[in-house]
Design a protein around this ligand. Structure first.
Ligand code: ATP
Length: 319
């Protein structure tokens, strides 16, 4: 049983054809399929692992295009349902001069927000070795209830739960609401990955020192990770913790690096779950995940830049 089932949103990012302009200044936009949970599923599959996606798309050309992208990438789309009355979500994304990404979403509501608990492919979720999700699916009902139910089904069936909150402040009614809801499912997860920005958002402290990270640790967790961009990441397991540096690459576009990192790590964990208790094995798995994240930054877009296992191994051997 090595299946990674990823739950949540899949959407299309519209990215300006030229860099460093505002949305208003952009002369034209390119379609870039994404959505963190979908990226994670494709990352796992690209590495040769079994992956499935659970979520709702609009019964429109964009929705069918996204489902085809999942299938073309070897991801089981048996958990995808279509909504005849709502559109596939869109997001317009720019990279500002300061390097931060700016998002403008079209979700009023979009199909992903309308998934109901009754529409869940229960049999598929029960087959998961790891069940992965973010927090965007918690923002609105009925998807929020479907998300909570899916977590229950997966946990009862013996899956490890993996959580990457993937904070998108613009989608929440307020920062406080975002923090409260993101933390409301914190204690259920076995594996949690946060970025530096999310660590500060959730703890209120701008530091990646161990005592700050430990505020997010729970005794029920098996692994807590803080990704640090080109610096690699810090990891905390039950009996040990440490840091693993990343690899030197020519960074072009960081979109999807975090998802590639998560996908690669989950791939390694389903192949050998004992990695969670063995520091040497865990560091090897994290090194693999860092390399996968690093490669993803060397090309534009998320899905096109996700590497194969051979490419990841090549980068590791070259270093
Ligand atoms: P995202 O931008 O997708 O939201 P994130 O903030 O969740 O990503 P990052 O810390 O940017 O995650 O990247 C995830 C991992 O990818 C890092 O831990 C690191 O291993 C690798 N990585 C990211 N950027 C670089 C880089 N410039 N050079 C080398 N490795 C990188």
């Amino acid at each position: 049983r090595e299946l990674v089932v990823s739950f949540g949103e899949m959407l299309i990012d519209f990215v300006p054809t030229v860099a460093g302009v505002s949305l208003a200044e952009a002369p034209a936009f390119l379609k870039a399929p994404g959505g963190a949970p979908a990226n994670v599923a494709i990352a796992v599959s690209r590495l040769g692992g079994g992956a499935a996606f659970v979520g709702k798309l609009g019964d429109d050309e964009f929705g069918r295009m996204l489902a085809a992208i999942l299938r073309d990438n070897g991801v089981d789309d048996g958990g995808v349902v279509f909504d005849a009355g709502a559109r596939t979500a869109l997001a317009f994304v720019t990279l500002r001069a300061d390097g931060e990404r700016e998002f403008m979403f079209y979700r009023n509501p979009s199909a992903d927000m309308l998934l109901t608990a009754d529409e869940l492919n229960v049999e598929l979720i029960k087959r998961a070795a790891v069940f992965h999700y973010g927090s965007i699916s918690l923002i609105a009902e009925p998807c929020r209830s479907a998300h909570l139910r899916a977590m229950e089904i997966a946990k009862e069936a013996g899956a490890l739960l993996s959580y990457d909150p993937n904070l998108r402040e613009a989608l929440w009614p307020s920062r406080d609401e975002a923090r409260t809801q993101i933390l409301s499912i914190w204690d259920q997860a076995d594996i949690v990955k946060v970025s530096e920005v999310e660590l500060e958002f959730l703890t209120g402290i701008d530091s990646v020192e161990d005592d700050v990270v430990m505020k997010l640790w729970r005794p029920t967790m098996k692994l807590l990770l803080v990704t640090l961009g080109d610096q690699g990441c810090k990891y905390y397991a039950r009996d040990f913790h440490g840091a693993v540096p990343s690899f030197k690459v020519q960074q072009v576009d960081t979109t999807g690096a975090g998802d590639a990192f998560v996908g690669a790590l989950l791939r390694k964990i389903v192949q050998d779950p004992s990695s969670l208790q063995d520091q040497k094995k865990l560091e090897e798995a994290i090194k693999f995940a860092n390399a996968c994240g690093a490669i993803t930054t060397t090309k534009k877009g998320a899905i096109p830049s996700l590497p194969t296992e051979t490419e990841v191994v090549q980068l590791i051997e070259k270093a």
